[in-house]
Design a protein around this ligand. Structure first.
Ligand code: MIG
Length: 839
């Protein structure tokens, strides 16, 4: 508002507020503010839905979806828009909580079993308290909107008070510091080649944030797909403001009080993915681009001959015939089905790129068909939107049309069913357009928007999401017995139901290793756990040390993929700069940096394969309960202020604390441990929490700590996930004085039989004291393990066991010494139920 006024001081009164407009004069535009005045009526619309209406017709609808989730919608003239959302999961079940409305002199109050929601009569401001009366979330300016004659609604805003110590997290795709306080952001999906920690907006729009104040957390999700802005008190006025440049103000308030509960509720609201095929959690090797066929085979052979595990290899755009999607370049790949089969026999899945831009070429049958059927995005007057991307002039399917989505899904048929490509990588779907500053469509391009019709201004931020949805749904239809694997660059809240994401075009330097760590934490707590960065960096040239450190961090990112720009960066001198001086080699395979680094790279990737059962279990937990796989430390203990400012360390799954080395030349690491007792994974030494510790961190090892009481499952190293059935399980058990529950989820790793009980869920209960250890195992589900042997290793026991009973029978153990710490190793039958150890 003030911005508009300022901007126009020179060209006097060209855009003017409606109150100041003289009837006889003409202006460039005339705008109007919409600010709620006095509530004049409050009615219950249906069970749990209340309507408040001001004298000036501004209307607020408050819906209680659960005891702690409240939806707020504002209409400036009493008319709500059609209630439609791409983000909200169809499977989300509102629990219809018990609520009731009370009226006092100055306010209305609605109470659930978790929160009290006040709506003030003056200005229609909202104030939420918990049942103890603590203020959780309070409007500052509250709701406001602005419209103009030419633009219609041009801005809807809510501002809330920011208390002195309040901190903010979330917003998915941001690369700056983890705590959002003091920063402001924009959401507008953008192809951000060479982005850094100051670049904003980036590729994805996730308008969801957390607040934490006095140990109590809530979340706000503004479900509005227009360009949006979030300002976390950047001007130090003690408020947070979120706004969108069109549409309806429509936001969800989610009360924790724990951050983790907010995360789980948000993820339930916007949806959880199904389990991925387990091979997708293996290691992936990618490059822009591997071709011809002989190069692909050479890479594959190198992995196997060096015994470096790998499950997938990627073909970037150069596999296509002049960048025409769904075609092959026959000179590079004369026999794709045979090549893919040969790769498959060696244990490699092949994944290929598919872009949204289709070459505008009448000899290209997909273009001709799409044009005939009217499937492409159009300009306002009906011309097809044409923009340059890889194949030069391109057209773009309108993925907001269900018919187009199903057509698109079917286009994968040959690649998926005949060639047997295992997964698809959807890129450039911001959508990216070359050559123009804007990098994308003009905002007046039209879209079908599920029959509601919308401009690109409204649709832009969901384009990539709907593309990945079309891909996902298409793959599911083509092979309904296989779990689809999709990776997308652009997306919107809820897109996690359809696809994994990678963080886009990063750069091979140490700063970007730090950024990757923050981005993946942030995406994970924002609903997208299936996330990873281009390991080693996309642009520029990594060093061996950087590459190894990045591979070590990547072990703890659910999507574990090396990618680099290859020779395509030639001529781009800026990105070719690197600390090692001139470019030595553009290769970025585990063996590209010399033997010393190759063995360290192999060692990191092997750790990933050993931890697969733990990682798969964490994924299962995410799909079941919406618990993020990567959690910033504040999500572990939100009462410890030191953890709120910690950015480098995070919890992976439930019980592993990861402290990646992200500085060049570092071989020791100082970190602050959260409360409790922690075991250094590599030395088996225990450290008390709530203190700073210093440990050695040689380049060979990423510092990780295990929470005391945990049972961490490991598989033997395999070269790929279906190389051979797992033949033994190893459980690493870490002593604790007290009780701790751990779980292990397994199934056949693909297909959907797990939904019909074909899974195995083992629950381990550890109870320890100075006098006795009691570990029990309970199994649920019908799936039968492929292994019989279970190694159980006990760390940190306070005594040397003299009595060892497994299911009441005496049994022997072996001892191993690790860095001076005694470890007791039992070899058991996999079906053991109880181990008791006594001094
Ligand atoms: O204009 O397909 O982010 O991963 O290798 C660049 C080529 C297009 C951008 C992706 C990157 C990919 C590259 N793509």
């Amino acid at each position: 508002m003030t911005k508009l006024k300022k901007k126009n001081t020179k060209q006097k009164h060209k855009i003017i507020h409606i109150d100041k407009a003289e009837p006889s004069k003409r202006y460039d535009d005339v705008y109007q503010d919409h600010i709620p005045d006095q509530i004049e009526s409050a009615t219950q619309q249906e069970l749990n839905v209340y309507i408040f209406r001001c004298k000036n017709k501004i209307t607020l609808q408050v819906s209680f979806l659960t005891e702690s989730m409240i939806r707020f919608r504002y209409a400036i003239n009493g008319e709500f828009q059609n209630d439609f959302s791409y983000a909200i999961d169809d499977e989300f079940n509102a629990s219809d909580p018990k609520t009731h409305l009370e009226e006092e002199n100055d306010f209305f109050k609605i109470t659930t079993s978790h929160v009290q929601c006040f709506v003030l009569k003056e200005g229609m401001k909202v104030h939420i308290k918990n049942l103890d009366g603590a203020c959780i979330c309070e409007d500052d300016g509250g709701f406001r909107a602005q419209s103009s004659i030419l633009k219609g609604i041009s801005r809807v805003t809510v501002s809330k008070k920011a208390a002195k110590d309040e901190v903010y997290f979330g917003l998915g795709d941001k690369s700056s510091s983890l705590n959002l306080r003091g920063q402001k952001f924009e959401n507008w999906n953008t192809d951000s080649f060479l982005y850094d920690d100051k670049t904003d907006p980036l590729y994805r729009t996730i308008p969801f944030y957390y607040s934490l104040k006095n140990g109590l957390a809530y979340g706000i999700f503004m479900d509005n797909t227009y360009r949006s802005h979030f300002d976390f008190d950047s001007k130090k006025r003690g408020n947070v403001e979120f706004s969108a440049s069109g549409g309806e103000m429509n936001y969800y308030f989610i009360y924790g009080p724990s951050l983790l509960s907010v995360a789980a509720q948000y993820t339930k609201l916007t949806g959880k993915p199904d389990l991925p095929p387990i091979w997708a959690l293996g290691f992936h090797q990618c490059r822009f681009s591997y071709y011809p066929e002989s190069k692909v085979k050479e890479i594959a052979n190198e992995f196997r001959s060096r015994q470096i595990p790998c499950d997938a290899i990627y073909l970037d755009i150069d596999y296509m015939d002049e960048f025409r999607c769904f075609t092959w370049n026959n000179s590079h790949f004369p026999k794709p089905t045979e090549m893919i089969k040969a790769l498959r026999e060696k244990g490699f899945k092949t994944i290929v790129m598919i872009d949204p831009g289709l070459k505008a070429d009448d000899n290209y049958s997909i273009y001709a068909e799409g044009k005939k059927r009217d499937y492409f995005c159009k300009r306002p007057d009906g011309d097809i939107m044409i923009g340059p991307v890889w194949p030069s002039d391109c057209v773009f399917p309108d993925f907001t049309n269900p018919v187009v989505r199903s057509w698109w899904g079917h286009l994968y048929r040959t690649l998926y069913s005949k060639n047997r490509i295992a997964g698809f990588w959807n890129d450039m779907n911001e959508p990216a357009v070359f050559k123009i500053e804007k990098k994308t469509f003009p905002e007046d391009v039209r879209h079908y928007y599920e029959g509601e019709y919308a401009s690109h201004a409204k649709m832009h931020n969901v384009y990539g999401m709907q593309m990945s949805r079309a891909t996902h749904e298409g793959l599911l239809r083509l092979k309904n017995h296989r779990r689809p694997f999709v990776i997308t660059r652009a997306t919107y809240s809820g897109g996690q139901r359809y696809s994994s994401v990678w963080t886009g075009d990063n750069t091979s330097n140490w700063k970007h290793l730090k950024i990757a760590n923050i981005q993946c934490q942030r995406l994970s707590i924002s609903g997208f756990s299936f996330v990873g960065s281009d390991v080693g960096g996309f642009a520029g040239q990594a060093t061996g040390e950087l590459f190894v450190r990045w591979l070590q961090l990547g072990v703890f990112h659910p999507l574990y993929r090396v990618h680099s720009i290859g020779e395509n960066s030639e001529g781009d001198s800026e990105t070719n700069q690197n600390e090692a001086g001139p470019t030595i080699s553009m290769d970025q395979e585990p063996w590209s940096f010399g033997e010393e680094f190759t063995s360290l790279a192999k060692y990191a990737i092997e750790l990933r394969y050993q931890l697969l059962p733990y990682i798969y279990t964490a994924f299962w937990k995410y799909t079941k309960e919406g618990i993020p796989m990567i959690k910033s430390l504040a999500f572990y203990d939100q009462t410890d202020p030191k953890l709120i400012e910690t950015e480098r360390e995070f919890i992976f799954g439930e019980q592993i604390l990861v402290s990646p080395v992200i500085k060049k030349g570092r071989t020791n690491q100082k970190l602050y441990l959260p409360k409790g007792l922690w075991y250094h994974y590599w030395t088996a030494t225990s450290y008390g929490g709530n203190q700073k510790v210093e440990i050695e961190a040689p380049l060979s090892h990423i510092p990780i700590f295990i929470k005391a009481g945990s049972v961490i499952p490991h598989y033997p190293i395999r070269q790929y996930t279906d190389e051979k059935p797992v033949d033994e399980l190893t459980l690493h058990v870490y002593f604790k004085n007290g009780k701790e529950i751990s779980q292990l989820y397994e199934d056949e790793g693909d297909g959907f039989a797990y939904k019909n009980d074909q899974f195995s869920l083992k629950t381990y209960e550890f109870i320890g004291s100075d006098k006795e250890i009691n570990l029990t195992q309970h199994k649920k589900g019908q799936w039968i393990d492929t292994y019989h042997t279970c190694n159980v290793l006990f760390y940190g026991l306070p005594f040397q066991p003299a009595v060892c009973l497994v299911d009441e029978a005496e049994i022997d153990f072996q001892t191993i010494e690790i860095s001076g710490n005694m470890v007791y190793h039992f070899i058991l039958d996999n079906n053991f139920q109880q181990i008791i150890l006594k001094p």
